[in-house]
Design a protein around this ligand. Structure first.
Ligand SMILES: C[S@@+](CC[C@H](N)C(=O)[O-])C[C@H]1O[C@@H](n2cnc3c(N)ncnc32)[C@H](O)[C@@H]1O
Length: 212
């Protein structure tokens, strides 16, 4: 990895500036470079649907809704979380965002996504940003096996933790889940390395995936 990019990554993460990133006033726990990258992916993919695992305050759901609808006015966003208590009012007012309360590894979520796909046919952008334990991310990726189609885009966020390169010693997380998944199902996804490397660092190393 480029040393200057890694130093910036360490600063960006360890300073916790990402805790203070806001999209239109709503907290959004992301790398702003990743958000720009997502905007570029959406412009190319032109999704009919965006599925987010992990809503929290709703800043990312709002970002995906506003950006996605500028590209496809009919776009819908499904954002899944075990609790939507913290969601900001402006997110609740966005009629393109559907908040689904439940665990992102629950088979009911797969059913909901299948129904939404039938109503809104076209490519889907998925983003995994909920419980970052390896076992949970693996369960989400297993669930996606059933609902993804060729050409869909899947981002697995926070694979930078556990020393990739931040938070060494955190324990096995998204990065290790991606590794195990890819070893088990090597033909499911192509890794979009160019996209991952475009802005020097990302919160989702090895986590930009295109369904074959
Ligand atoms: C990092 S926050 C999401 C941040 C948001 N996507 C953003 O960019 O601002 C993680 C969220 O995952 C949720 N979460 C934890 N376990 C979950 C599970 N099993 N299923 C769905 N969401 C879960 C938490 O409640 C929390 O709101």
């Amino acid at each position: 990895m480029n040393k200057e990019a890694e130093a910036y990554h360490q600063w960006y993460y360890n300073s916790e500036v990402w805790h203070d990133v806001k999209y239109m006033g709503v907290p959004c726990y992301k790398s702003v470079a990743d958000m720009w990258n997502y905007q570029e992916v959406l412009a190319e993919l032109k999704p009919a649907l965006i599925v987010e695992f992990g809503t929290r305050f709703g800043g990312s759901a709002l970002f995906f809704s506003v950006t996605g609808r500028a590209i496809n006015p009919d776009l819908k966003v499904v954002s899944v979380d075990i609790s939507h208590e913290d969601v900001f009012p402006e997110v609740l007012l966005d009629s393109a965002i559907q908040l689904v309360t439940g665990s992102s590894s629950d088979p009911q979520i797969a059913l909901r996504i299948e129904k939404m796909r039938a109503l809104y046919p076209g490519p889907v952008f998925f983003i995994l940003d909920s419980d970052h334990s390896k076992s949970h991310v693996l369960a989400e990726l297993e669930l996606l096996r059933r609902v993804t189609k060729s050409g869909d885009y899947v981002v697995v966020e926070d694979s930078n933790i556990n020393g990739h390169p931040v938070l060494p010693g955190w324990g096995e997380g998204p990065y290790e889940a991606i590794q195990e998944y890819m070893a088990q199902y090597p033909d499911d996804y192509v890794t979009d390395s160019a996209r991952e490397q475009k802005f020097g660092f990302t919160f989702a190393p090895s986590g930009f995936l295109i369904k074959r």
